[in-house]
Design a protein around this ligand. Sequence first.
Ligand SMILES: Cc1cc2nc3c(=O)[nH]c(=O)nc-3n(C[C@H](O)[C@H](O)[C@H](O)COP(=O)(O)OP(=O)(O)OC[C@H]3O[C@@H](n4cnc5c(N)ncnc54)[C@H](O)[C@@H]3O)c2cc1C
Length: 409
Amino acid sequence: MAEFTMELNDEQKEVRDWLHGFAADVIRPAAAEWDEREETPWPVIQEAAKTGIYSLDFYAQQYFDPTGLGIPMAMEELFWGDAGIALSIVGTGLAAVGVLANGTEEQIGTWIPQMYGDVNDVKVAAFCSSEPDAGSDVASMRTRAVYDEAKDEWVINGTKTWATNGGIANVHVVVAVIDPELGSKGHASFIIPPNTPGLSQGQKFKKHGIRASHTAEVILDGVRVPGSCLLGGKEKLDERLARAREKARKGGMGRVKNAAMATFEASRPAVGAMAVGTARAAYEVALDYAKTREQFGRPIIDNQGVAFQLADMRTQIDAARLLVWRASWMAINGRPFTAAEGSMSKLFASETAKTVTAQAIQILGGNGYTREYPVERMHRDAAIYTIFEGTSEIQRLVISRTLSGMPIR
Ligand SMILES: Cc1cc2nc3c(=O)[nH]c(=O)nc-3n(C[C@H](O)[C@H](O)[C@H](O)COP(=O)(O)OP(=O)(O)OC[C@H]3O[C@@H](n4cnc5c(N)ncnc54)[C@H](O)[C@@H]3O)c2cc1C
């Protein structure tokens, strides 16, 4: 087990500086344009592919870093550049992790390369879980997958919503219900290969922020996929369902739910790190501005009212990063999340991003409110962090349930 450290090692520092360079030179200058266009920034993704940032190798290297700091460091730097573009770059990684976590070696080898495409023909992937009537309440999902034994095929029907890269992805990973009696334990994930008939894009959402990231509904109408597209395979699914049914029969669904919760605890710090990146970006703009903008014959930072805001902003950002790094270290080292430390880090970092970006607008005054300066975009972007991957309210539910052991509603 790696010791917890707040110091990046030399190799990590090198990667961080390389990512920072990409974020500063390629992502940040393109941010305003793609925010206005509200389209996937394919040329930037391609540029990231050329440098190796948009690849499974890079993502896996950070993901399996034993210190746990690889992913949070990478997310912070990329999202410092711009949240919408960075989400377009890392969105595929989120779908790939679904396959890495649940797929067989063959599935990983077959599908993950198709998620990324190659340098000359980049592709993206989508992870589709949320539905119009199943957002926070994942267990109420309705998309059904039924096994056609004669053909060894799964038939999938339903509507997914809010899918990042939904409909434009080469490969979609779709979560569907196999046994509705078992709640979220009766769900399974499927690969939907490129150009599968029956899968189509529904509405593309026009959003408040992260507008360079494509978000859309995904319609699944009689989609048929081979048995080999069930992540983990049928045998493993049958064993898992049998265990869940047995536990349900004995009234043990509580423990079943906790296993699913552990997975979320491990993935949420990554979203916290994205929020830290956006918050830091806005704070840096505000600090520079406060030191150079003069009113009443002196820089505005000379006023405690402004300087103390910056002090609070930086304190919150550093505290958020510490919570994120702690939770990421715990996740990679298999430490139990006895106080829901993963949720804690996501909650604090996302709320920090919202507060800090709003304070940055205030410090820039009228300029902060315009699109001539990036902080209004950062503020719009920051609003997503308290919503996706579990809203702030859901994080508080998880934390309070974990602390109390009570079924708080
Ligand atoms: C830009 C964007 C990208 C996304 N990307 C993806 C993706 O790639 N794949 C995917 O599957 N999903 C994705 N999502 C979906 C996202 O995870 C959901 O929006 C989120 O889980 C919340 O669900 P909901 O929108 O249905 O809100 P609801 O669950 O309807 O919540 C509405 C409000 O009620 C509150 N609330 C609900 N239940 C409780 C409770 N028990 N106690 C207290 N408050 C409660 C919530 O906190 C929230 O404030 C994305 C969403 C957005 C906006």
